[in-house]
Design a protein around this ligand. Structure first.
Ligand SMILES: Cc1ncc(COP(=O)(O)O)c(C=O)c1O
Length: 413
C-alpha cells in the first residue's frame, strides 16, 4: 500500500514522544539522522554547563568536588544509565572511553578465567573492540590471549573449553543487526566463559536487560543515543556477582579504596568504583548527566516501538520513492532484529551521503559502501523520514551526487 506524507503527519500528531523533541536544540532546516554517532545538544545542557563553569568552577573552585558533588558524578551517571540497561545502580559507572573500558574489562575477565586464553568476537565488529584485545594480546603474550573471530552464525558453536570471553557489540554499528544477548550469553556460560557486551548502539535506543540476560560485563558510549556531547565519557557494567573478583589493570587512584589516604600501595575500592582510573572530566560528565536525565524520562517501550516504526517506514519509503534505483538494504528488514538505524549500500555511498548533507539531511557513511541513517525516537519525526527518503530519491534521480564537490573524502565520514 502506498504511504502518503499525510499518513506520517497523523503519526506525528499521535506520537507520545513528540514533546521530547523540544528538549533538543536542533538547527532549522536539518533532518538529523546521525544520533547514532553524535546525539544533538540538549537545551538544558547549555544552561547547566554555563552554571558549572561560572558558579561551580569559577566561584566555588576546588570546594565543588564536595559542595557541588563533582566527585559523585561517575556514580550518579552510572545509576541513570543502569535504569536504561536493566542493571542495578551500583553495577554501572561512567568513566573513560568505550575503548579503554573494553580494555579494562577484557583484562579483568581473562584474569577470572585462568588457563583460558581465547576471546571470541566477530569479524567486522567495531574495530576498537578488536584492537583493544589485540593490544592486550601484545601486552600479555600469545600464551595468555588469543583473539578469535567467528562469523555470527557460528558463534554458539564456537564456544568451547578454551574460551575465556565472548566480546560482541549488541547492535552492529554498520548493519544495525541485533544479537540475541540472552541466548549467546547462555551459550558462553554453558562452557564456563564470560561475556562482555558493547552497548554503544543500544543504550537509550532500545530496552536492554543485562540482568535478565545474565550478562557479565558491558560497556557503552555516552555521546550517541545518550546525548552526552562530543567525546562524552563512556560507561561500564560489572554484574554484582563478579564485583569482588573482577580486578581491572588500570589501577589509578580514583579506583582505590581510599584515594585520599594517599597510600603507597594500591588497594581496589569495593564494588563498581574500582573500575574508575583517574579524575573524572567534570565538564563533559556534567553534560552527560543532562543527556541522561532526558533519556531516563522516556518510556523505553515507546522508544523501541517508534524506532521500529521509523525504520520500517524508511525502508518502505526508500523502495516506494526510489524504485529499482533504491540502494540495497543492509540492515535486517525485520524491525525486531534491527537496532535504531537503517543502513543501505550503494557504490557511490560516500558521495550520496555528502549530497544529502548539503540538502540538510544528515546521515553518515561507513566504508566501503554503507549509508547509515540513525532514527533516534526522541527527536526524529515520522515526517522527517518521508522528507529524508524524498531527498534520497531526488539525489539518485538527478545524479546530483556525481558533482565533484561531493567526491573528496573528509577525515571523518
Ligand atoms: C560499537 C562501538 N564501540 C565503540 C565505539 C567508540 O569507542 P570510543 O568512544 O572509545 O571512541 C564506537 C563508536 O562509534 C562504536 O560504534
Amino acid at each position: 500500500m502506498t504511504i502518503t506524507r499525510a499518513d506520517l503527519e497523523r503519526l506525528d500528531a499521535d506520537d507520545p514522544l513528540a514533546p521530547f523533541r523540544d528538549r533538543f536544540d536542533l538547527p532549522d532546516g536539518v533532518i538529523y539522522l546521525d544520533g547514532n554517532s553524535l546525539g544533538p545538544l540538549p537545551r538544558a545542557t547549555r544552561d547547566r554547563l554555563r552554571d558549572v563553569i561560572d558558579r561551580e568552577w569559577g566561584r566555588d573552585l576546588i570546594r565543588s568536588w564536595t559542595d557541588n558533588d563533582w566527585i559523585g558524578l561517575p556514580a550518579r551517571c552510572g545509576a541513570l544509565i543502569a535504569g536504561l540497561i536493566g542493571a542495578a545502580p551500583d553495577e554501572v559507572v561512567a568513566a573513560d572511553s568505550t575503548s579503554v573500558n573494553v580494555f579494562k574489562l577484557a583484562a579483568a575477565a581473562l584474569a577470572m578465567r585462568p588457563g583460558r586464553r581465547v576471546v571470541v568476537s566477530e569479524p567486522g565488529n567495531f574495530p576498537t573492540d578488536l584492537y583493544m584485545v589485540q593490544g592486550l594480546a601484545d601486552l600479555l603474550g600469545p600464551d595468555r590471549v588469543e583473539l578469535r573471530l567467528v562469523e555470527r552464525d557460528l558463534l554458539t558453536a564456537a564456544m568451547g573449553p578454551d574460551v575465556a570471553l565472548l566480546l560482541l557489540t549488541h547492535v552492529h554499528y554498520k548493519t544495525g543487526a541485533v544479537h540475541d544477548m540472552a541466548g549467546l550469553t547462555a551459550a558462553a556460560h554453558a562452557v564456563g566463559a564470560l561475556t562482555l557486551w558493547d552497548l554503544a548502539h543500544s543504550a537509550g535506543a532500545l530496552p536492554v536487560d543485562l540482568t535478565a540476560a545474565k550478562a557479565d560485563f558491558a560497556v557503552g558510549c555516552g555521546y550517541k543515543y545518550l546525548n552526552g556531547g562530543p567525546g562524552a565519557p563512556a560507561f561500564l557494567y560489572v554484574a554484582r556477582r563478579h564485583q569482588e573478583a573482577a580486578r581491572q589493570p588500570l589501577s589509578g587512584w580514583m579506583g582505590h579504596a581510599a584515594p585520599f589516604a594517599f597510600d603507597d600501595r594500591y588497594a581496589p575500592a569495593p564494588g563498581i568504583a574500582r573500575h574508575l582510573c583517574g579524575t573524572p572530566p567534570v565538564l563533559s560528565m556534567t553534560a552527560l548527566e543532562e543527556g541522561l536525565k532526558i533519556a531516563a524520562e522516556a518510556d523505553l517501550a515507546q522508544v523501541r516501538a517508534k524506532s521500529m516504526r521509523l525504520g520500517d517506514l524508511f525502508v518502505s519509503l526508500v523502495e516506494q520513492m526510489c524504485g529499482p534505483e533504491a540502494p540495497h538494504l543492509v540492515s535486517p528488514r525485520d524491525g525486531a532484529l534491527r537496532g535504531s538505524q537503517v543502513s543501505l549500500a550503494h557504490a557511490d555511498g560516500y558521495a550520496i551521503v555528502q549530497a544529502l548533507i548539503a540538502r540538510g539531511v544528515i546521515g553518515d557513511f561507513r566504508a566501503p559502501d554503507v549509508l547509515r541513517f540513525g532514527m533516534a525516537p526522541l527527536y526524529v519525526r515520522h515526517t522527517d523520514i518521508w522528507d529524508a527518503a524524498a531527498h534520497l530519491a531526488e539525489v539518485l534521480r538527478t545524479g546530483e551526487h556525481r558533482q565533484d564537490r561531493f567526491q573528496a573524502r573528509k577525515a571523518v565520514t
